[in-house]
Design a binder for this molecule. Structure first.
Ligand code: PMP
Length: 393
């Protein structure tokens, strides 16, 4: 059929991949056993590719909060907050997130993806500029596409390139929104936020940090990279998600400025979709409370992350530039990545396979995401499997 013809190339690539492998992008988790284990292909498998950084998806307190919300408030809100009103939990969670970050106000969205769409499609307008790190997440790019601002990329993690592009903007710098991420999801590297914040201040621009992968992971209180780098006062907007450290689905944007509230009336990805279910809000509120009161989870997460990074490095794998809960193994050939991914799955280890063009610089990646809930034994098993399956050079 003509309408599907454009997918012919994609279908051929998929066919080639399937000849040597189970479809890596369509894996079915037959039974989920815990935050770190599942049955996949009939086999007990260690989950080493989720973003369940603090392991809270099976925390009994989160489960109880969600169960109670289902009993008391039902399974869904069945509508948008603008049309159907907010549940008290939505408002409470927004207040709790804003308090945690010391921000004036915040808006909860139905996913992290929608949080970026909601802000970037609406806040920067026709005469404004978005300057984004080239390796920013798809949700940031898609949000930019939906809006009217001029979009300019700067080289990944290169403050000098950012400054060069700001200089070219002349007096438009005060209408410019700079966007970076706390931890980049592909290679697990952090933004050089201190110099970026200094440049932002010097040129009078605005700064948005997407802390999706750094909430609960970085900073003494778990607020993310801006906290760790000591530059929170220079960050104008924080975007985050509930789908990683907070173990649910949903997203948020926080701001120092009360005017963010106006976006509730203007942002289509906020207005025209159903609000998060009561159970999601309840478990997220509990997870945020646990994140704030259990710094030991962050310690455990980092012990596991450093352990895995060090072991894979000593085995001679090429990894992302610094230890982080996202441990990416970079393989020069796509075929090697597919073979290793299959071997790992057969050995009971499930990691993410990322093929070009999704990863930076045309690389193929096997991405492990470490959790505080992984045991030492599980981390050792992951390392042993990588060791026994290492491709010959
Ligand atoms: N921002 C970043 C940096 C992300 O990596 C992701 C998801 N991986 C998102 C936003 C979207 O979040 P969600 O999956 O919760 O919609």
């Amino acid at each position: 059929m003509a309408i599907f013809e454009k997918f012919r190339e994609l279908a051929a690539a998929r066919q080639t991949l399937m000849e040597s492998s189970m479809d890596p992008f369509n894996v079915v988790i037959e039974q989920i056993l815990s935050a770190t284990e599942a049955i996949v292909g009939g086999r007990r498998t260690i989950l080493a590719g989720t973003n369940n950084y603090l392991g809270l998806t099976f925390d009994p307190r989160c489960i109880d909060a969600a169960s109670q919300a289902v009993q008391e408030e039902g399974t869904g809100t069945t509508g948008s907050r603008m049309a159907n009103g907010s549940f008290a939990g939505h408002v409470a969670l927004e207040r709790e997130l804003a308090d945690f970050y010391g921000m004036a106000t915040g808006i909860v969205f139905s996913t992290g993806y929608l949080a970026n769409l909601g802000i970037l499609s609406t806040l920067p307008g026709k005469n404004d500029v978005i300057l984004l790190d080239a390796d920013c997440h798809a949700s940031i790019y898609d949000g930019c596409k939906l809006g009217d601002a001029e979009v300019i990329r700067f080289r990944h993690n290169d403050p000098a390139d950012l400054e060069k592009r700001l200089q070219r903007l002349g007096d438009r710098t005060t209408r410019t929104l700079i966007i970076v991420e706390g931890i980049y999801s592909m290679l697990g590297d952090r933004a050089p936020l201190a110099p970026i914040a200094a440049i932002k201040k010097q040129y009078g621009a605005f700064l948005l940090v997407d802390e999706a992968h750094s909430l609960g992971v970085l900073g003494k209180h778990g607020r993310g990279l801006a906290e760790e780098a000591g530059v929170e006062e220079h960050v104008d907007f924080i975007v985050g998600t509930f789908s990683k450290s907070l173990g649910a689905t949903g997203g948020f944007c926080l701001s120092r400025r009360h005017e963010l509230e106006l976006l509730r009336y203007a942002s289509r990805p906020y207005v025209f979709t159903a609000s998060p279910s009561p159970s999601v809000i309840a478990s997220t509120r509990m997870a945020l409370h646990i994140l704030r009161t259990s710094p030991d989870l962050q310690t455990r997460l980092w012990d596991n992350a450093r352990h895995l990074y060090k072991e894979l490095q000593s085995l001679g794998f090429t990894l992302g530039p610094e230890p982080s809960p996202v441990v990416a193994t970079i393989l020069p050939k796509k075929e090697q990545a597919v073979a290793l991914w299959n071997g790992l799955l057969k050995a009971g280890i499930y990691v993410n396979l990322i093929l070009p063009p999704a990863a930076p610089n045309g690389a193929s990646l096997l991405r492990c995401s470490v959790s505080a809930a992984h045991t030492e034994e599980q981390i050792s098993k992951i390392c042993q499997a990588f060791a026994s399956l290492k491709p010959s050079p």
